[in-house]
Write a protein that binds this ligand. Sequence first.
Ligand SMILES: [Zn+2]
Length: 78
Amino acid sequence: MTCGCQYIGPEQDPQKGPVEYCGKTPLWPGRSYCEEHVWKVYQKGTAMGMSRKNKTIEKELEDLKRLQEIDEMESYHE
Ligand SMILES: [Zn+2]
């Protein structure tokens, strides 16, 4: 697993050849995306993200962060 942000720009197509990952430090340890791109990916993932109020997204990001922490705790028990 790579330790950098795995975001691929929209201009890159993994099916056409090697792509370059963003490679920045992820927002949280073990996370796949940096602070800049986790928002993009998350908003894309929710589809309605762009039309939602930032406060709602911020709250959901907090929930995501909590989930991430739970993930990490669970991984210690494996
Ligand atoms: Zn990135």
